[in-house]
Design a protein around this ligand. Structure first.
Ligand SMILES: Cc1cc2nc3c(=O)[nH]c(=O)nc-3n(C[C@H](O)[C@H](O)[C@H](O)COP(=O)(O)O)c2cc1C
Length: 210
């Protein structure tokens, strides 16, 4: 039996990302590079690749993104989890979060103003296409104009191995590290050969017998 609850944002888990942005004059205090943590983020189209992030008007980052029409979505590794939380509870209007957290803002090769976070495993450069005023949040719809990945995450064939990044997800107020692989796209209908090749080996219990 299910118990009925009032309508709420219960879609879980969701990605949690660090969105970096800056004003057009990044040397000015109110326009310096900034990071906002967002859980209301998602992929919304494949061709062209498009994403959305929903940000309240009251956030400092809201104004910066409106000013430059650019932002970068940085994926969060386990190592960045605490910094990610910090960027979600302190405003860049009052402090330099890059400096405070010893993170580095590096130029995106695809954008004019919004920097990437050097320490992030993967950074998605985005150009704003539209803003939907939904109520509490404004949804920024953007096109992905470039993806920059830590070279350590590429295998010798140039494939991105995101499992090496130990990414973080957000579920009902808590951060989790992604762990166990359960299958791959289409594994429910895959051939035995594909399953043998691509499924993680099943752990066998060590016998205590000597
Ligand atoms: C886990 C987490 C997720 C968050 N998700 C969002 C979000 O999707 N949209 C938003 O406007 N604020 C979100 N926030 C709050 C902002 O990150 C927070 O208000 C931040 O201090 C704003 O920074 P800024 O003023 O420098 O832009 C989130 C905070 C946390 C901790």
């Amino acid at each position: 039996m299910k118990i009925e609850m009032p309508p709420s944002t219960m879609l879980n888990p969701v990605p949690v990302v660090m969105v970096s942005c800056a004003g057009k004059e990044p040397m000015k205090i109110g326009k310096r590079p900034n990071i906002i943590t967002c859980a209301w983020a998602g992929t919304v189209n494949s061709e062209p690749p498009m994403v959305s992030v929903s940000i309240r008007k009251s956030r400092h980052s809201h104004d910066l993104i409106c000013e430059t029409q650019e932002f970068v979505i940085n994926l969060v590794s386990e190592e960045l989890a605490k910094a990610c939380d910090y960027c979600g509870v302190r405003s860049g209007a009052n402090e330099d979060k890059f400096d405070k957290l010893d993170l580095h803002a590096v130029p995106s090769p695809h954008l004019e103003f919004a920097p990437m976070i050097e320490e992030a495993p993967l950074s998605i450069s985005c150009k704003l296409k539209d803003i939907l005023e939904l109520g509490s949040h404004d949804m920024f719809l953007a096109e992905v104009v470039g993806v920059s990945v830590d070279e350590k995450l590429l295998n010798n064939k140039g494939k991105i191995c995101l499992e090496k990044a130990h990414l973080v997800t957000y579920c009902h107020g808590d951060y989790y590290s992604i762990g166990k692989v359960l299958g791959f796209f289409g594994y429910s209908v895959a051939s035995k050969e594909a399953l043998r090749r691509r499924m993680p080996p099943k752990k066998t219990k060590k016998s205590n017998k000597k």
